[in-house]
Write a protein that binds this ligand. Structure first.
Ligand code: ZN
Length: 235
């Protein structure tokens, strides 16, 4: 009788532990979702949450690439077994209004089938000069796939040199499914090179870098659970 009780107890504790672990690992971040809803419902009520395009925090190398509130961070849980591989910046405007600019110089490619995205090769990572990285910008189209990307970068553009701060396009809500658009935002991520001069699959977080040190902003969702990312005033 005591032995059986012990085994049952161990099994129950194991199940409870696994459930709690899964809950904390894979639930959407409640504090973040609440702030996101407050912003989307009334952006004008929280002007202090917004960063202007071109902001450079302290000695960080990148420019903030658009106007808006960083609603979702790198590493935020985004549903079952998926963590967000970039940051989402919400303008609080309609589509096709809020400018997106280049965070850093590099060589821009837009694959022939890309309606809403560009990727910029940076041959020398400003924080790790011996490696190449890629900067990915997406959701720059309306829900139907009408592109808001600058005419300078038509589909099929390859390795076009750009400077920091140049106009790339406008924030949109393209998701690939016209009946289910995303909220109007820019998704920005830093993607690893595959070692053969190509970018890795951007949709997997393990192929991306934490953008925090590049932007000088606390945009690591593993560490920042509730704060609105703003420049550190001490810098
Ligand atoms: Zn995103």
């Amino acid at each position: 009788m005591p032995k059986r009780f012990l085994i049952i107890s161990i099994v129950i504790v194991a199940i409870i532990t696994a459930t709690i672990t899964a809950y904390y690992m894979y639930r959407p971040n409640a504090a973040r979702v609440l702030k996101f809803r407050q912003w989307i419902n009334n952006p004008a009520s929280h002007p202090d949450w917004k960063l202007p395009a071109g902001t450079q925090c302290g000695s960080a190398p990148f420019l903030f690439p658009t106007d808006g509130f960083v609603g979702f961070l790198w590493g935020d849980p985004m549903g079952r077994l998926h963590r967000h591989q970039g940051i989402d910046i919400f303008a609080g405007t309609d589509v096709g209004i809020t400018r997106v600019i280049a965070a850093y110089p590099g060589y821009l490619t837009r694959l022939p089938e890309w309606k809403s995205a560009v990727i910029v090769r940076v041959p020398s990572d400003p924080l790790e000069p011996n490696r190449q990285i890629w900067l990915y910008y997406t959701h720059m189209a309306d829900r139907y796939g009408n592109s808001f990307i600058s005419d300078e970068f038509p589909p099929g553009t390859s390795e076009q040199h750009i400077d920091a701060g140049i106009f790339l396009g406008y924030q949109g809500n393209y998701s690939g499914d016209p009946s289910n658009p995303v909220g109007v935002h820019l998704h920005f991520s830093i993607v690893e090179d595959d070692g053969m001069g190509q970018f890795k699959n951007e949709t997997e977080i393990h192929n991306t870098y934490d953008p925090s040190p590049y932007l000088g902003l606390p945009v690591n969702g593993y560490e920042n659970h509730s704060e609105v990312p703003l420049c550190d005033e001490d810098e």
